[in-house]
Design a protein around this ligand. Structure first.
Ligand code: UD1
Ligand code: CA
Length: 431
C-alpha cells in the first residue's frame, strides 16, 4: 500500500470493565482530565492517516457515545449488543466499510499509552513488508492470560492462540497479542464472515482473522513493540494510577531532554499536551493538566496548578498556591502567591498581588465571564476582580478592593473602607 493509503479505525470499547468498580464506563476514566478513549482516538488521528474512527460501544453505550460525538468530528459509535467477543465487536463496523479501499486499524479503547510514533512505525512496517495483516505484539516475561503469537519457521504468523485454548507448549510462548491490528481492506474482509465461536470461551475471536488470512495465501506478520508500556490496558483503578505515572514520567523525561528544569520529577505532574520551552523551571508539587503553552524562562510553583488552555509568555512567574485556567498571560507578568486567574487575558509586566481572585463564575446563571488586565497594571493583595472587567494599562487596584466596574488606564481603583484609628484602644478595653 502506498503512503497516502487511507485508514479507518475500529476501536473496541463495549466491554464492561467490572474491575474498575465504577459507575463510569471504563474508557471514560481520565488521566490528566482526558478520557482513556480520547488518548486512543488522538493517537490514531495524529498519525495523519486515519480518516474515520468507529468506536464499538456496549456497556454504558449512551455515555460513551455522548463523549465521542461531542469530542470528535471523525468518530462514530456502533452498538454491540449482546457482546459476543472481540471478533463480533469489530464486525459491528463491517457494514460501514463497504466499498472502502484502504487499511483498517483495530485498537482497544483502554490503551492510553500507545503513541502516534509507534502507530506510524507499525503502519510503515505493514506497508514495507507487503502484509495483508499485521498484529502488534510484545514480549512479556509473564504472558499469562494474553493471546500467544504462534509463528511459522520463516517468522510469518501462523495463528494467535488464546490462553484458554493454548497447549502447554503454546503457553510457554512469550510473544503476546496486544490487540492492535492493521488489515488491508477489502483484501481480508471475508475473514469477518468466517468467524465462529468454537473455542473454550464460546466467543467470536477477532484473533481468528489470522487463520483465514493465511489460508488464503496472504501474508501476515507480527510487529514487536519496543516499549511494552505502550500496550498497557487499563482494567482497574490501580492500573489507571500506574498508567498515569508512566505517562507523566514520559512527559517529564522529554521536557528534561528539551532543556526544561523540573526540580522534583516525583511530585510534578505535567500533561502530554503541555508545551514548555527550555529554561523554564517547574518547582515541586506542581500539577499541569490539559493543553497549555509555556514559553521560556518561566518559573512555576512550588504548589501551582495549571488547569488547561493556558498560555504563558516569556519570563512569567506563577507562584505557590496559584490556580490558572483558560488564560493568556504575556511576558514578565507575575502571579506569585495564592491567586486564582480564570478566563482572563493579562498583559505584559502585570503584577498580580497575593490573593487576587478573578471572580469569573455566576453560580445562579452558570455563566463565565472574562477579565482583561492590560500591560503594567497591578492588583493589590486580596483584591477581587468581578468579571466581566477590564483593568487598563498602568492602572492600580488597591489592596482589599472588590472591583465590579472597569478601571481605566493609569487610574487607581479602590473600594477600601476608610481606615479608622481609635487611640489608646488597649487601655480603654482593659479598664
Ligand atoms: C484479547 C485478545 C488477546 C489479546 C488481548 C490483549 C481476542 C480473542 N483475544 O483478549 O489475544 O492478548 O486482547 O489485551 O481478541 N470487547 C468488546 N466486545 C466484546 C469483547 C471485548 O468490545 O464482546 C472489547 C473490550 O472492551 C476490550 C477489548 O475488546 O476493549 C479486548 O477485550 P478483552 O476481553 O479485554 O480481551 P481478551 O478477549 O481477554
Ligand atoms: Ca474476553
Amino acid at each position: 500500500m502506498s503512503d497516502n493509503t487511507k485508514i479507518k479505525s475500529i476501536i473496541l470499547a463495549a466491554g464492561k470493565g467490572t474491575r474498575m468498580k465504577s459507575e463510569t464506563p471504563k474508557v471514560l476514566h481520565k488521566i490528566f482530565n482526558k478520557e482513556l478513549l480520547g488518548y486512543v482516538i488522538d493517537a490514531a488521528n495524529n498519525t495523519g492517516k486515519v480518516t474515520e474512527n468507529y468506536v464499538i460501544v456496549g456497556h454504558c453505550a449512551d455515555e460513551v457515545e455522548n463523549y465521542v460525538h461531542q469530542t470528535y468530528e471523525n468518530a462514530k459509535c456502533r452498538l454491540q449488543s449482546p457482546q459476543l467477543g472481540t471478533g463480533h465487536a469489530a464486525f459491528q463496523a463491517y457494514k460501514d466499510l463497504e466499498g472502502f479501499d484502504g487499511e483498517v486499524l483495530i485498537l482497544n479503547g483502554d490503551i492510553p499509552l500507545l503513541t502516534t510514533e509507534t502507530l506510524n512505525k507499525f503502519i510503515e512496517e505493514h506497508r514495507k513488508n507487503n502484509n495483508a495483516l499485521t498484529v502488534m505484539s510484545a514480549i512479556f516475561e509473564d504472558p499469562t492470560n494474553y493471546g500467544r503469537i504462534v509463528k511459522e519457521s520463516n517468522g510469518n504468523l501462523k495463528a494467535i492462540v488464546e490462553e484458554k485454548d493454548a497447549t502447554l507448549e503454546q503457553k510457554s510462548i512469550k510473544e503476546i497479542n496486544t490487540g492492535v491490528y492493521l488489515l488491508d481492506w477489502p483484501k481480508v474482509h471475508e475473514a469477518f464472515l468466517n468467524l465462529d465461536s468454537n473455542n473454550a470461551q464460546n466467543e467470536y475471536y477477532l484473533t481468528d482473522i489470522v487463520k483465514w488470512t493465511i489460508k488464503q495465501g496472504l501474508k501476515a506478520q507480527s510487529y514487536i513493540l519496543e516499549n511494552n508500556d505502550e500496550s498497557f490496558g487499563i482494567n482497574s483503578k490501580k492500573q489507571l494510577a500506574e498508567a498515569a505515572k508512566i505517562l507523566k514520567n514520559r512527559v517529564i523525561e522529554k521536557l528534561l531532554n528539551d532543556g526544561v528544569t523540573v526540580v522534583d520529577p516525583d511530585t510534578t505532574y505535567i500533561s502530554p499536551e503541555t508545551e514548555i520551552e527550555a529554561d523554564t523551571i517547574i518547582y515541586p508539587c506542581t500539577y499541569i493538566e490539559g493543553k497549555n503553552k509555556i514559553a521560556k524562562n518561566c518559573k512555576i510553583g512550588p504548589f501551582a496548578r495549571i488547569r488547561g488552555d493556558v498560555e504563558l509568555g516569556e519570563g512569567v512567574k506563577i507562584g505557590n498556591f496559584v490556580e490558572i485556567k483558560k488564560s493568556k498571560i504575556k511576558a514578565h507578568t507575575n502571579v506569585c502567591h495564592l491567586s486564582y486567574i480564570g478566563d482572563s487575558a493579562l498583559g505584559a509586566n502585570v503584577n498580580i498581588g497575593a490573593g487576587t481572585i478573578t471572580a469569573n463564575y455566576n453560580h445562579i446563571t452558570k455563566e463565565k465571564f472574562q477579565t482583561t488586565i492590560d500591560d503594567n497594571a497591578s492588583t493589590g493583595s486580596n483584591s477581587v476582580i468581578v468579571a466581566p472587567a477590564h483593568i487598563g494599562e498602568n492602572a492600580s487596584i488597591g489592596a482589599g478592593s472588590v472591583i465590579s466596574k472597569d478601571v481605566e488606564a493609569n487610574a487607581l481603583g479602590l473600594t477600601r473602607a476608610p481606615l479608622k484609628i481609635f487611640k489608646d484602644w488597649f487601655n480603654r478595653v482593659k479598664n
